[in-house]
Design a protein. Structure first.
Length: 452
């Protein structure tokens, strides 16, 4: 009876897994599911502070507060697990474990995202960080599709070969975890290696940032029934007939003729709630100290902040503190840290968008963001030797770091693959040589045929 039932189940599985089509389906699902998990883990890992804020929002919606240590652990671990599982799926590593582990995650995420979609108590799921925003219902149906795909993969993923051999799968796992955890560590201590937020380097955040809106136009011309848009300096010849002038999207041009910069002025208030338009300077150098939560800042940071403030004062750099806390918390902070810089208030979400970290530092020149970093990355030891903050920070950009680390990761993965599969290539080549020789021997006439 059991044998008959087993055979029936086997026939059912064989119908679902149809020969070469089954291999193709598994390969496509590996690419799709693995790609989604890699992208999700990478976008979370690139910006761990964003994940901390999003997980905090999730917990607050259920009535849980003040779990800072847990939030940081979740930010690192969730991004690492998602990224590593995605790599395993793409490469066919741990073929039995990977789809089951992913399904276990979906068991948690499906009811959670359904609840959020129904109640709408969290504005955005944050599954792809700030890189891609998906509606709550879109997130739920995305998870439904992933779950269906993972059920199929849980049944048939083992029938398709892996890229890396079993003996080196642990190295694949080690490299994946090491890569994404390093990216997350840099994002947590410095700033995200890719900035998906609306305040990237070069953005003018001063109200009077020295940039003026310039009204531009494109011109519609017609030739032989064809209509095309040109600017005045791009018209190819005089054979085109002018039709009309069309206002282009307004841009912001720097008053000194330098490159166009995006203008996103931030709103700052004094401690009494009045708008303070002149806090962010449109001319000169300025350092903004960003404090999303004054009560969560550890005491050693006060030394770093005060040392940085002293350096700025001696080099003519204005310093301003910005926080989302109230007047009482600011007064307590000033008393605790002996802050000599003025403190102002801004919206909590906007504060966290400008820079990640608690505290963080943002350096402005003529109202535009030059660089930003978490205060723990501020090179206090180099301030005495440096002639400027720029010199102390160095010239290496976050994106260059990402390119370098990614190149090392890819090179290491390729090296492991070559070492792991060289013997297979050699065996295959030798087998082909033997077959070729055997074929040549069979084609040669035997000795009796030669005599005849």
């Amino acid at each position: 009876m059991k044998d008959a039932k087993t055979q029936s189940n086997s026939r059912l599985l064989d119908r679902l897994y149809v020969g070469k089509w089954g291999i193709a389906i598994v390969a496509v699902l590996r690419l799709v599911v693995g790609g989604v998990f890699v992208f999700s883990g990478f976008t979370k890992g690139i910006d761990p502070w964003g994940s901390v804020y999003k997980f905090d929002e999730y917990l607050n919606s259920f009535g849980f507060y003040d779990y800072d240590g847990l939030l940081t652990f979740m930010a690192f671990s969730v991004s690492a697990v998602e990224f590593a599982l995605g790599v395993f799926m793409l490469l066919g590593a741990y073929r039995r474990f990977t789809p089951i582990a992913m399904l276990a995650m979906m068991v948690v995420m499906l009811p959670l995202t359904l609840y959020i979609a129904v109640t709408n108590n969290v504005a955005d799921c944050g599954c792809f960080g700030d890189a891609v925003s998906i509606s709550n219902w879109g997130t739920f149906w995305k998870n439904v599709a992933l779950t269906v795909a993972l059920v199929y993969l849980a049944m048939f993923n083992r029938r398709v070969k892996n890229i890396y051999g079993f003996a080196v799968q642990w190295i694949v796992a080690l490299l994946a975890f090491a890569y994404i955890l390093f990216v997350a560590w840099v994002g947590y201590n410095y700033q995200p290696l890719i900035d998906f937020r609306p305040f990237p380097i070069g953005t003018v955040i001063a109200t009077d940032g020295g940039d003026e809106a310039v009204e531009e136009f494109v011109f519609l011309y017609e030739k032989a029934g064809e209509r095309r848009q040109f600017t005045l300096d791009s018209l190819p010849d005089d054979s085109w007939a002018f039709v009309e002038r069309i206002p282009a999207e307004p841009s912001l041009a720097a008053s000194d003729g330098s490159a166009v910069r995006e203008h996103r002025p931030i709103t700052v208030f004094d401690t009494d709630g009045n708008v303070a338009d002149d806090v962010i300077l449109g001319q000169g150098e300025q350092l903004l100290l960003m404090f999303p939560s004054l009560s969560d800042i550890v005491i050693p940071f006060t030394y770093q902040i005060n040392e940085t403030y002293d350096f700025c004062q001696s080099h003519g750099i204005d310093v301003v503190g910005l926080t989302s806390n109230g007047k009482a918390e600011i007064a307590e902070w000033n008393d605790l840290s002996m802050a000599a810089y003025p403190m102002y208030v801004m919206d909590d979400s906007e504060l966290k968008m400008v820079a990640r970290g608690n505290p963080a530092a943002v350096f402005l020149r003529d109202g535009a963001i030059v660089w930003k970093c978490g205060m723990q990355a501020m090179p206090i030891a180099r301030l005495d030797e440096a002639g400027s903050l720029d010199e102390a920070m160095g010239s290496t950009t976050p994106r260059h770091v990402l390119y370098f680390v990614t190149a090392i990761y890819v090179a290491a993965m390729m090296f492991v693959l070559i070492v792991n599969r060289t013997h297979s290539v050699v065996k295959f080549s030798l087998r082909r040589v033997r077959k070729s020789r055997k074929k040549q021997v069979n084609l040669q006439p035997n000795s009796e045929e030669k005599e005849e």
